[in-house]
Design a protein around this ligand. Structure first.
Ligand code: FMN
Length: 220
């Protein structure tokens, strides 16, 4: 059990280190990614988590495009739309001991085995008051029951985020959260799409961001 480790890693993270470790890489663009094309030619099991409750929303569209690119390359995708599932918040009963059955009997049971076996996990979320959506955070907190099975498991990850404002610095708290989570879990980010200036549902379709998401999936 590594709860002390959990605390230690959470407390000692610094903004500088986190940004140095990831920063805003933005999406991986096609021609620039020849090296990435060589990275992994084998089919991966990919879990895509979406966080928006908005139908036909922007982050969901980025997820669609990522999935299209990934599936064209033969990867197997399991999509879990957090806002349209019944997932209760972790109650911190600790019955699972960070590595066992959860007392909650809900839709997380569909996701749990997929997360454990996944080679890659993608987080697609809108910005809500400078953070990821509540619905997605609720699902991430349920990782607790499988913490020991997914931590250090050599998974890849990607982050797709949308927000209305155009200030790049406002994306930093979410990127810091993502990179800190990955550092704790020992997962590796393969890219991020940071879509700013998109407010109304579907407005991201008029930007270059969907192409970036598509190429991110295509170039895995
Ligand atoms: C509850 C709520 C909070 C939001 N907070 C922010 C915010 O802090 N900064 C921002 O730029 N946009 C904010 N927005 C706008 C959304 O991030 C933006 O519309 C985004 O494109 C929504 O993505 P979606 O279509 O995938 O839901 C907020 C929207 C909602 C509904």
């Amino acid at each position: 059990m590594e709860r002390r480790d959990f605390l230690k890693k959470s407390v000692f993270v610094t903004l500088g280190a986190a940004l140095a470790g990831g920063g805003i890489m933005h999406a991986l663009a096609g021609g620039e990614q020849n090296d990435n094309n060589q990275r992994n030619k084998t089919a991966m099991k990919i879990v895509v988590l979406t966080g928006s409750p908005r139908k036909n929303g922007n982050s969901a569209y980025l997820a669609d495009e990522f999935i299209k690119g990934a599936q064209e390359q033969g990867h197997e995708v399991f999509r879990f739309d957090c806002a349209f599932k019944h997932v209760e918040p972790c109650r911190a009963c600790n019955r699972c001991g960070m590595n066992g059955d959860c007392i909650l009997n809900d839709d997380f049971l569909q996701l749990r085995p997929r997360l454990i076996e996944a080679d890659m996990v993608v987080f697609a979320t809108p910005m809500y008051y400078f953070g990821i959506s509540t619905q997605m955070k609720c699902v991430i907190n349920r990782f607790y029951a499988i913490n020991e099975q997914i931590k250090g498991a050599q998974k890849k990850a990607a982050f797709l985020m949308t927000y209305a404002d155009t200030a790049t610095d406002e994306a930093q708290p979410m990127l810091l959260h993502y990179h800190t989570l990955l550092r704790y879990l020992g997962w590796t980010s393969v890219g991020e799409v940071v879509a700013r200036g998109v407010w109304t549902a579907g407005s991201v379709r008029n930007t270059d961001y969907p192409r970036q998401a598509y190429l991110l999936g295509k170039n895995l």
